[in-house]
Design a protein around this ligand. Structure first.
Ligand SMILES: Nc1nc2c(c(=O)[nH]1)N[C@H]1C(S)=C(S)[C@@H](COP(=O)(O)OP(=O)(O)OC[C@H]3O[C@@H](n4cnc5c(N)ncnc54)[C@H](O)[C@@H]3O)O[C@H]1N2
Ligand code: MOO
Length: 401
C-alpha cells in the first residue's frame, strides 16, 4: 500500500533536485576541462584561420592567368605551412604552396599539384580560372569575438579542440562533482577477495564507480561498511569532503540495515524515504549538515536502475546542467499485464523491427539480465494491460557499448 513517506519517481526527483545546487564555477586550464560544463560562454580569442590559407598542396596563382586552361607560369618561391612567402605573385608567376600555408599577396587561386607539371622554374597548369578555388579565407571557421559555445554546454572532446583553436587556454567550468561511494553489508567481499560461505561479491560499487565517471563525476570509493552503526558512521565520515555520498544497501527495513538509523541519529533529514517504484522501492535521499546523501538499494539491478533515474540527474545538477532520463517510444513485441501502484522498469530488448519485449528474468538481483537488456520499459503506476503492437515508453541504455 502507498504510504506518506513514499513518493512517486517524479516527486522524489523534484525533491532531490531542489535540495541540490550547482557547484561554484572554477577556472581551469583547458587540459582539465574535458567533460565539464561551461560556466561562461566560449568566446573566440582570434580568427580561424587567421589568414587566407591554402586548402591544397599545389601552386598559388592569379586566376586571370589561367584563362586559356593550359598556362606555363614561372615559379618565384614557396609558401610552406608556418612559412609565408613574403613577395607578391605577379602576372605570369606562381608560388609553390602547401596545405595550410598563407596564400601570398596577388594570388587568388590555388591549383592542386595533380593538375601541374613542372620543368625547372616553369610550371604548366591544366586548370581553369576559378577565383578563390582551394583557398580558405580568413575566418572560414570563426572570427575573433564570436561566441562559439554558450554557458551550460558540455565540453566534449570536439569542443576542447574548438577552444584550443580559438586560443582559449583556460575556462570557467562547473567542477566535476566528487561522489563518495559506500557499500554496506557483512555479506560483501570485494572482487578477487576470498569469500566465506554466506558471502557475495560487492558488484554494485564497481558499477557505480564507472557510472559516476561516465556521467561526468569523480568517484571516490570508500569501501564496505560492516553492519554495525559505528562502522557505518566511520565509513560515511570521509564522504563529507565530497559533493555527494551514494550508499548501497542497508536501505530497507532489516534489523541489520543501520544506514537510515545512523543518518537520522546524526541529524540527517530525509527529502524522501522510499519511492513507489519497482525495482528500487527503498531508494532514499536526504541531507546531513548540508551534505547530500543518495541511498540506493542493495539489490544490484535496483541500485543501477535507480542510479540512472536519480544519480545521473543529481550529478548533472551539481555540475550545472540537466540530465533527467529521456524516454523514447517503442511498440511492444508481446502483450503486458496491467501494472500495480509501483512505477515499474522492466529490463527489455528490442528486435530488428524495434519492438520491445521484457526479458524473462526480472529479478532485482539479476545483473546478467540487466546487461542483456538494451532498454528499460517504463510502466506507469496503475497502467492498464497492453496488447502486442501498442506503444510503450522506453529508456534506452545508451551508454551501453
Ligand atoms: N520486509 C521487507 N524486506 C525487503 C523489502 C521490504 O520492503 N520489506 N524491500 C526489498 C527490496 S524492494 C529491496 S531492493 C531490498 C533492498 O534492501 P537494502 O537496500 O536494505 O539492501 P540490503 O538488504 O543490504 O541488500 C539487499 C540485497 O542486495 C545485496 N547487496 C547489497 N549490497 C550489495 C552490493 N554492494 N553488491 C552486490 N549485492 C549487494 C545483498 O546481499 C542482498 O542480497 O530489500 C528487500 N527486502
Ligand atoms: O525495489 Mo527492490 O529494488 O524491488 O528489489
Amino acid at each position: 500500500m502507498p504510504d506518506t513517506a513514499m513518493l512517486t519517481v517524479d516527486a522524489a526527483l523534484d525533491a532531490m533536485l531542489s535540495a541540490l545546487s550547482p557547484l561554484a564555477p572554477v577556472r581551469r586550464p583547458l587540459a582539465d576541462c574535458g567533460g565539464a560544463i561551461l560556466a561562461e560562454p566560449l568566446v573566440a580569442q582570434w580568427t580561424q584561420p587567421p589568414f587566407a590559407a591554402s586548402a591544397m598542396d599545389g601552386y598559388a596563382v592569379r586566376s586571370a592567368d589561367l584563362a586559356s586552361g593550359s598556362e606555363a607560369l614561372r615559379l618565384v618561391g614557396e609558401a610552406a605551412a608556418g612559412h609565408a612567402f613574403d613577395g607578391l605573385v605577379g602576372p605570369g608567376k606562381a608560388v609553390r604552396i602547401s596545405t595550410g600555408a598563407p596564400v601570398p599577396d596577388g594570388a587568388d587561386q590555388v591549383v592542386m599539384q595533380e593538375k601541374a607539371s613542372r620543368e625547372g622554374d616553369a610550371v604548366r597548369l591544366t586548370d581553369t580560372a576559378r577565383p578563390m578555388a582551394n583557398i580558405r579565407p580568413a575566418g572560414t571557421d570563426f572570427s575573433h569575438g564570436d561566441r562559439l559555445l554558450e554557458a551550460g554546454r558540455c565540453l566534449s572532446p570536439e569542443a576542447v579542440a574548438l577552444a584550443a583553436a580559438a586560443r582559449v587556454a583556460a575556462l570557467h567550468i562547473h567542477p566535476r562533482p566528487r561522489v563518495a561511494i559506500v557499500a554496506t553489508g557483512d555479506e560483501l567481499v570485494e572482487p578477487g577477495e576470498p569469500a566465506g560461505p554466506s558471502q557475495i561479491v560487492n558488484s554494485v560499487a564497481p558499477g557505480l564507480v564507472e557510472l559516476v565517471r561516465i556521467w561526468g563525476g569523480e568517484p571516490v570509493y570508500l569501501g564496505i561498511a560492516r553492519d554495525r552503526p559505528g562502522a557505518v558512521r566511520d565509513a560515511l565520515r570521509p564522504g563529507r569532503d565530497c559533493d555527494l555520498t551514494v550508499t548501497v544497501g542497508g536501505a530497507s527495513v532489516g534489523g541489520h540495515d543501520h544506514l537510515r538509523a545512523v543518518f537520522q541519529a546524526d541529524g540527517g533529514r530525509f527529502a524522501f524515504e522510499r519511492i513507489a517504484a519497482r525495482p528500487g522501492k527503498p531508494t532514499w535521499f536526504g541531507t546531513l549538515e548540508g551534505h547530500p546523501l543518495l541511498g540506493l538499494p542493495g539489490n544490484p539491478v535496483s541500485a543501477l536502475v535507480m542510479a540512472r533515474l536519480f544519480l545521473r540527474p543529481a550529478l548533472a545538477r551539481l555540475g550545472g546542467s540537466v540530465a533527467n532520463a529521456v524516454f523514447a517510444q517503442a511498440p511492444l513485441a508481446v502483450a503486458l499485464e496491467a501494472n500495480d501502484w509501483r512505477e515499474t522498469y522492466l529490463r527489455a530488448t528490442r528486435d530488428e523491427a524495434g519492438r520491445a519485449a521484457p526479458l524473462s528474468n526480472q529479478d532485482s538481483s539479476a545483473l546478467s539480465a540487466l546487461v542483456q537488456a538494451d532498454c528499460l520499459i517504463r510502466r506507469p503506476a496503475g497502467a492498464s494491460a497492453l496488447a502486442a503492437g501498442e506503444p510503450v515508453e522506453i529508456l534506452p541504455l545508451l551508454d551501453r557499448i
